[in-house]
Design a protein around this ligand. Structure first.
Ligand code: GDP
Ligand code: MG
Length: 370
């Protein structure tokens, strides 16, 4: 049976080692933080502290930090998070820009468009939709591979004058594999040679059956250039979102995902975080991947300083110890010492992985020389 030291388990749970020792003592076990316990005892402790645990393999205990489930009555509706995918030159960037332009609050004083990897549009009825401003399949699959499933809905852009291309089909496959609902935006419908009906027929070959072909995938004809069909697309996104009944508990310590991160001259390490649940506030102490920090400032997609960010809201976070990776989870924890401890532990794991890989490549270098 696999074992783990009390300290290591405490680090993974973001709890104090001493608290675990106390709990173990109550369970009739006298151990120190440096001693090991078996997996069954570890599991017991994890549940005791109200955490959820995921067993990745028999030999590895992977913990999801502070992921106590939310009570149904605490769940509130949240905006959908949308990713736009499609073949190169079919109009992903143009459509993202056009949709961004429909924001009813964008004219408000002080707002300057900031490209922070995601943005939120407020519709006439005050409801919101979040778009990941990083079109492309790589971001989508990479984030998913890292366990970050931030996308609720995929909008597949297909140019009506071109048809299904390799990356269109790739996008369909990724979306299906992720089990994320898709809306087809048939773009460039302003062009005289546009043939939307041909697109719908070709989609059948890939088992994407749009409503007009009596299927259940919504489709909409748009022109990112002439800005037509955008309201219709927003309506369809909202309809899809309603079917998904997207909710989150806003009244808890924030959990989020890194959408992008960089080292900024003058501002230091900056990460765009998409809040998954809870509310992130200025002054919050957090762990993000193998980095930690304290929120010094929050900046929204219009460049305005905000005090807090709730579920599905993208926000730039200042006050990080270093640059995390896209897809890394962010968790608010109590206490800077604890945050640093967890980050250090994760740095250690990363370094171990790196050094574990090094001898293997050296070996292969030697065997190649033989
Ligand atoms: P991306 O590679 O998918 O991001 O595509 P872009 O947004 O960069 O667009 C590729 C080209 O198609 C650009 O020259 C756009 O101006 C043009 N384009 C995008 N949308 C439309 C549209 O609705 N109608 C027309 N006529 N051209 C468009
Ligand atoms: Mg583009």
């Amino acid at each position: 049976p696999e074992t783990i030291t009390v300290q290591e388990l405490a680090n993974r749970m973001a709890e104090k080692g001493a608290d675990l020792v106390k709990a173990l003592f109550k369970m009739g076990m006298a151990v120190t933080v440096n001693q090991t316990i078996d997996q069954d005892t570890a599991e017991l402790l994890v549940t005791e502290f109200g955490h959820n645990m995921r067993r990745v393999s028999d030999s590895d205990i992977e913990l999801e930090l502070d992921t106590g489930d939310d009570a149904d009555e605490d769940l509130k509706p949240r905006p959908p998070v949308v990713t736009i995918m499609g073949h190169v030159d079919h109009g992903k960037t143009s459509l993202l820009d056009a949709l961004r332009g429909t924001d009813v609050t964008s004219g408000e004083a002080g707002g300057i468009t900031q490209h922070i990897g995601a943005y939120q549009v407020t519709l006439k009825d005050k409801s919101k939709i979040t778009f990941l401003d990083t079109p492309g399949h790589e971001a989508f699959t990479e984030m998913r591979a890292r366990g970050a499933n931030v996308t609720d809905i995929v909008v597949l852009v297909v140019a009506a004058d071109d048809g299904l291309m390799p990356q269109t089909i790739e996008a369909i496959n990724h979306t299906k594999a992720a089990g994320v609902p898709m809306i087809v935006a048939i773009n460039k419908c302003d062009k005289p040679e546009a043939n939307p009906q041909k697109i719908r027929e070709r989609l059948l070959e890939h088992e994407v059956i749009v409503e007009e072909m009596s299927g259940d995938v919504q489709d909409v004809e748009v022109s990112a250039l002439k800005k037509t069909g955008l309201d219709d697309l927003m309506d369809k996104i909202q309809l899809q979102a309603e079917l998904l009944e997207l909710t989150a508990n806003p009244d808890r310590n924030a959990e989020g995902t890194v959408v992008e991160a960089k080292l900024d001259k003058g501002r230091g390490a900056v990460a765009t975080i998409l809040v998954n649940r809870g509310t992130l506030r200025v002054g919050d102490v957090f762990v993000v991947g193998a980095e930690s920090g304290k929120v010094r400032a929050l900046i929204d997609d219009k460049g305005r300083q905000v005090r807090e960010a709730g579920p599905s809201m993208p926000v730039e976070v200042l006050g990080l110890s270093g640059v995390p990776m896209a897809g890394d989870p962010l968790q608010v924890v109590d206490g800077e010492a604890k945050a640093r401890e967890i980050a250090e532990y994760r740095q250690g794991v990363l370094n171990e992985k790196r050094t574990a890989q090094a001898p293997a490549s050296l070996e292969s270098m030697f065997s190649a020389l033989k």
